[in-house]
Each structure stands twice: as structure tokens, then as C-alpha cells.
Design a protein around this ligand. Structure first.
Ligand code: ADP
Ligand code: ASP
Ligand code: MG
Length: 444
């Protein structure tokens, strides 16, 4: 069997849903499971609805809800007819009625727990898959719509829940029965906790759902269909002449995803690595165009791609007590662990440590606790540039070229050598795109 994952733009309207289904039909004999995201901008809209309702602006929340309702109904009317259109109307009505009462609840309580947020955000995928599955039936494809919450089990860290692989693998094998000639449709992004609450895997998490499901069912391949020609040498929105990378290793793709290449969610690679399943990234709007194969080993040395991530905070902790002392770093990291805040890059000197984080939710508490250990400095609105490629450090001239090209960019921190494949630089957030363009021009 194979898994075909379609992102938001790939199912954003009736025309794109048909393109996605053309692709699925061409793989029908390979027993496909189609994993769909919410239609483009719908999850963003649901986030805004949640915020508006919680802030007491119920009117704004209802306005966005009405727009979303109109869009989903318009797509249903354009792509369905007769009893199938009727079924779509009933299901959409049901979803929007539920959303409406959730909005009422939030605006009364003026509070949104992570759990309620997930309950609301899950509707994006429920709505899109309803339309995709009914359209597939309308086209005469044997179709089965499954609720991913029935087999994707997660922990209860709502808004970024982690999959529980043991029950997920078991339930998926019991419930998802792909066969040649049949199309199974299910949702990305969403799951359910052991106590039965709806959870989500974090923004962009549908890619992760695809490999979780692919790994559980022993897929021969996972295909991620999106709005660009695969993984490119840089984000094509930033660098106009970015090129498609034909083949890239799991490790390289994971570093790129982690450091900002949003074309695949950072956790996507892990289930594929563990089961050795190849992941292809392709463009729904250009199915015969170039794409990327993410595989165990990809030949070729040197720079592959440049990614960038904004919203980075740099934290320095300095203390003369650090001189020749042990246990200092572990105390610092215990603070981050306690507040579930991952540290990305680290640099140390004799008496100080600098670290970057991209989740500054608990920043003020972390800083307060670190002040008990030493003097603390914080710099915000920075960015990480991540250059990825095999054995980058083996060529001294490469490093010289990077710094030469960025001679006018203040570099706040450098990390090289923790893996063979990543050189990371911290620069002011405002300079990120220009710095990436300069580096891309230098090397590609
Ligand atoms: P989907 O909705 O299909 O999941 P996303 O918007 O999440 O799509 O991811 C696709 C986007 O990722 C592209 O439109 C592109 O702007 C961005 N992107 C960032 N870095 C890269 C890269 N190195 N290669 C390709 N796309 C990239
Ligand atoms: N719809 C979700 C989001 O926008 C998940 C995804 O598209 O991957 O974050
Ligand atoms: Mg995505």
C-alpha cells in the first residue's frame, strides 16, 4: 500500500480536489490511503476564531466562521450532486453547528484551554476529508472515509501531542484495510488521547500523520503532495531561483525541516527512518514535474540547501562560578526541561553559555530561574540560518566563503560540527531573507 498526503493548497477548492483525486486514481492499484490537511487557510482561520472568541469578540469569530461555512458549502455545490450533495450538506451543517457551540462556550468562559483549541482546530481536517471522500465517490471511485482519531493515539499534550506508537500501530492495522482498487481517505494532523479527547500533532502535522500511518501499515512509499516541486535548495518564496533537490538523505531532510523548511513537518522523517520507507515530495499542480526523494542515503557532498527560521531568542548565562565547576550546565538545562522548552543551538566559553530557543512561551519564568544560577542576558527577534550538506566542515574554503559572503551581516552565534551535515548561524531576524539570498547566490 502507499500513503498519499495532500496539503492545504492541494485541496483548497473543487479544482484542486480533482487534481488530488487524479493523482490518487493513478495509484489506485497500489492500495492508497489518502491523508488530507484542512483546506488552505482554514486552520489559520480556526486559530483566529478561537482567539477572537476568547477575547470576547464573538462577532469577529462568527464572521470568520460564516466565511468558512460559505467556502465549504460552495466547494460541495461545485463538486457534488443529488444525494451526495445532500449528505455533504448534512455533515457540514453538523460540523458548523458544533463549531458554533464551541465558539459560544469560549466567548462565555473567555478562556481557551489547549484541549479546547485542539477540539476546534480538528474541524479543518474533518471538513476537508468529508468533501474529498464524497467527491471521490461522485467520481465513481470505491471510497472509505475513516476518522483518524479512531486509530491515531496520542499523549495528552494538546496542541503538540506526541503519537503513542504501540496503540497506534495496533489500531491502524486493525482498522485500516487498504486494497487495490479502493481509496481510503482520512485526516492528517488529528488524533485522540487514551481518555478519548481530540488532540492535534502541532501545526503542519499532517505530514507527520502520513508517515505515522505509513509506518504502521508497512507502506511501500509515502508521497507528500504540496504546492512546490519538492524540497528545494531554499524556500522558493525567499529565493526565486531555488532548484529542486532530486534525492536527499533522511538526516539532511530532518535538519532542514527542523531549521525552518516548512515543506515537511520536522517529525515526519522519524517514522520513515525507523521503517526505511522512502518519502517523496511532489507538486500537486505539476504532478509530472520534478520532486524530491527522501531516502536513507543520498550520494553527493557539499551544500544541499539553506533553511531559515525566525522568532529565535538567544539566552546568555554567565557566572564565574562556572570556572572549573561541574553540574553547572545540567542545572541550566534542567530549567529548560522543566518548562518543556527545547534548546536548539548552544555555545559555551569558560564562564558563559549561550543558547537559542524558538518557543518563548515560558521565557520570563525561565529567565527568572536562570538568574539564580548566573547573570542572564536575552536577545530577541533573531533568526537561525541552517546550511545543510554532507561533510560541510571538511572543506575549509567552504567556511571561508560563508563568512566572506556574509561580511556585512552581524553573526551572533555559530554552530558547526555537532552533526556532519549542518552549519548554523544566528543573525538578526530582519536580515534573514537577505542573508539567505546572498548565500544562495554564492553557492547555487
Ligand atoms: P502544505 O500545505 O502542502 O503542507 P506547506 O505550506 O506546509 O504546504 O509547505 C510548503 C511550503 O514550504 C512551500 O510553499 C514553500 O514556501 C515552503 N518551503 C520552505 N522551505 C522550502 C524548501 N527548502 N523547499 C521547498 N519548499 C519550501
Ligand atoms: N491543517 C494543519 C495546519 O494548518 C495541519 C497541516 O496542514 O499539516 O497546521
Ligand atoms: Mg505543511
Amino acid at each position: 500500500m502507499i500513503v498519499l498526503k495532500f496539503g492545504g493548497t492541494s485541496v483548497q477548492n473543487a479544482e484542486m480536489i480533482d487534481k488530488a483525486l487524479d493523482i490518487a486514481t493513478s495509484h489506485l492499484e497500489r492500495a492508497p490511503v489518502l491523508v488530507s490537511s484542512a483546506m488552505a487557510r482554514v486552520t489559520d482561520g480556526l486559530v483566529e476564531i478561537t482567539k477572537a472568541a476568547t477575547a470576547g469578540n464573538e462577532e469577529r469569530a462568527r464572521e470568520i466562521l460564516a466565511q468558512q461555512r460559505a467556502h465549504h458549502f460552495a466547494v460541495a455545490e461545485e463538486s457534488l450532486s443529488g444525494p451526495r450533495l445532500e449528505r455533504a450538506r448534512v455533515r457540514l451543517d453538523h460540523c458548523f453547528a458544533e463549531l458554533s457551540s464551541l465558539v459560544k462556550g469560549l466567548s462565555l468562559l473567555r478562556e481557551c484551554t489547549p484541549r479546547s483549541s485542539d477540539a476546534i482546530l480538528s474541524f479543518g481536517e474533518i471538513l476537508s476529508t468529508t468533501l474529498v471522500a464524497l467527491r471521490a465517490e461522485e467520481r465513481g471511485i470505491e471510497t472509505e472515509l475513516l476518522d483518524a482519531r479512531d486509530f491515531v493515539r496520542t499523549d495528552d499534550h494538546f496542541t503538540s501531542a506526541l503519537p503513542l506508537f504501540e496503540p497506534t500501530n495496533r489500531l491502524a492495522r486493525e482498522q485500516v484495510k487498504p486494497k487495490p482498487g479502493k481509496l481510503i481517505v482520512t485526516q492528517g494532523f488529528i488524533g485522540r488521547t487514551e481518555s478519548g479527547a481530540t488532540s492535534t500533532l502541532g501545526r503542519g502535522g499532517s505530514d507527520y500523520s502520513a508517515t505515522i500511518i505509513g509506518a504502521a501499515l508497512g507502506a511501500e512509499e509515502v508521497q507528500i503532495w504540496t504546492d512546490v516541486n519538492g524540497i528545494m535548495t531554499s524556500d522558493p518564496r525567499v529565493v526565486r531561483d531555488a532548484r529542486t533537490i532530486d534525492r536527499i538523505s533522511y538526516n539532511e531532510a530532518a535538519e532542514l525541516a527542523y531549521f525552518g523548511a516548512k515543506v515537511v513537518h520536522p517529525s515526519t522523517i522519524q517514522p520513515a527512518v525507523e521503517t526505511g520507507i522512502p518519502v517523496l515530495v511532489m507538486n500537486t499542480g505539476d504532478p509530472s514535474g520534478p520532486g524530491t526523494a527522501i531516502v536513507e542515503r543520498a550520494d553527493g557532498k557539499g551544500l544541499r540547501a539553506i533553511a531559515g527560521k525566525k522568532g529565535i531568542t538567544l539566552i546568555h548565562v554567565a557566572s564565574t562560578r562556572m570556572l572549573n565547576a561541574y553540574g553547572f550546565l545540567s542545572r541550566i538545562f534542567a530549567t529548560f526541561e522543566k518548562h518543556r522548552t527545547p534548546v536548539d543551538l548552544i555555545a559555551t566559553s569558560e564562564v558563559s553559555v549561550s543558547m537559542t530557543i524558538d518557543n518563548s512561551q515560558s521565557l520570563s519564568t525561565i529567565v527568572r530561574e536562570l538568574q539564580e544560577i548566573g547573570r542572564v542576558g536575552v536577545e530577541e527577534e533573531l533568526a537561525i540560518i541552517c546550511l545543510v550538506g554532507q561533510d560541510l566542515w571538511k572543506e575549509p574554503a567552504f567556511i571561508a566563503r560563508v563568512f566572506g559572503a556574509l561580511k556585512d551581516t552581524p553573526i551572533r552565534m555559530v554552530s558547526l560540527g555537532s552533526s556532519d551535515i549542518n552549519l548554523s548561524l544566528v543573525v538578526p531576524g530582519k536580515m534573514l531573507n537577505t542573508a539567505i539570498q546572498i548565500l544562495h547566490g554564492e553557492f547555487f
